[in-house]
Design a protein around this ligand. Structure first.
Ligand SMILES: [Zn+2]
Length: 298
């Protein structure tokens, strides 16, 4: 007897594009994803229309279950927190809107970091890990945890705003209102700020210059890595992970970032906690968030 496929849909609602895919009973994606552009002028109705059209295109016009990864947090009443990349979604009940439009009985929204962390734990760097931390270093910085196979949600559907742990009390001001947070030093925007003095406009340019042997660019990545190591030591005291994976654009710097991070984590962290931690790059790349949303339909 063959299993009846569940009519489930996974949605990765990113800041510049949305991807929608059909999901099998095991939570794995089936076939290619539909992709559409979104941005700051996208309305709530636009997002709903995109998802409804994609469901039709994927031959699942009335899915049973829809899991949506959002570039924001999920408030306690299941509405979306502030969404800077698609402002119209701030405060929206996106789950309810999609449920009404598609007829799906179950529609759940999850912070993208929770989806990415789950995917990396189940299918990427964290396979076999029982306590796993996934750090996403893209434009900003964030971290999620998966313990015993399930995403940890301490606040707003994930690990709070874990990219804003303190790493340098004398560090720069951060848009979050704090100072010396991980994101204020180790993030795409922070490296673009620091790289400007070297004539390097983006974190990717800083990485390329460092890979080409530029000493000052290497110094910036070393500092970013040291701060990442401090954040890893802090998260580890609470989560006690066996594996920490670093994802996002900055992870492309590889050992230029990870070697100083590892050294600093061991310098400042409690040996009985940090000695057992593998700190590595994540493996799933941009697919992780959509894959994780798929896993969350099961
Ligand atoms: Zn901050």
């Amino acid at each position: 007897m063959t299993a009846v496929p569940a009519d489930a849909i996974a949605v990765d609602l990113g800041g510049t594009s949305v991807r929608i895919a059909r999901v099998g009973v095991d939570g794995h994606l089936l076939g290619d994803a539909v992709r559409r552009a979104v941005g700051r002028t996208t309305t709530r109705a636009d997002v709903v229309e995109i998802v409804v059209d994609a469901c039709r295109e994927l031959a699942v016009p009335h899915p049973d279950h829809v899991a949506v990864a959002i570039p924001s947090f999920v408030l306690d009443d299941q509405t979306m927190a502030e969404c800077p990349s698609i402002p119209a979604l701030t405060g929206s009940d996106l789950g309810g809107l999609l449920s009404d439009a598609t007829g799906a009985g179950r529609v759940h929204i999850f912070p993208d970091i929770a989806c990415a962390a789950l995917a990396e734990q189940r299918l990427g760097t964290g396979v076999g890990s029982s306590r796993f931390v996934c750090v996403a270093l893209g434009t900003g910085a964030n971290a999620g945890a998966v313990v015993n196979g399930m995403p940890v949600a301490t606040a707003f559907g994930c690990l709070g705003d874990a990219g804003h742990v303190l790493v340098d009390p004398d560090g720069p001001a951060c848009p979050c209102g704090g100072r010396g947070c991980l994101e204020s030093i180790t993030s795409g925007w922070a490296l673009a700020r620091d790289g400007a003095a070297l004539g390097l406009a983006t974190a990717a340019e800083v990485t390329r210059a460092a890979q080409a042997g530029d000493v000052r660019a290497t110094r910036l990545l070393t500092r970013a890595g040291v701060m990442l190591g401090r954040a890893c030591a802090t998260w580890s005291a609470m989560i006690w992970p066996d594996t920490i994976a670093v994802a996002g654009g900055l992870s492309g710097a590889g050992e230029l970032l990870l070697a100083p991070a590892r050294a600093e984590m061991h310098r400042v962290g409690a040996p009985y906690i940090v000695d057992g931690i593998r700190l590595m790059t994540a493996t799933l790349g941009d697919e992780a968030t959509l894959v994780g949303a798929g896993l969350l339909t099961t």
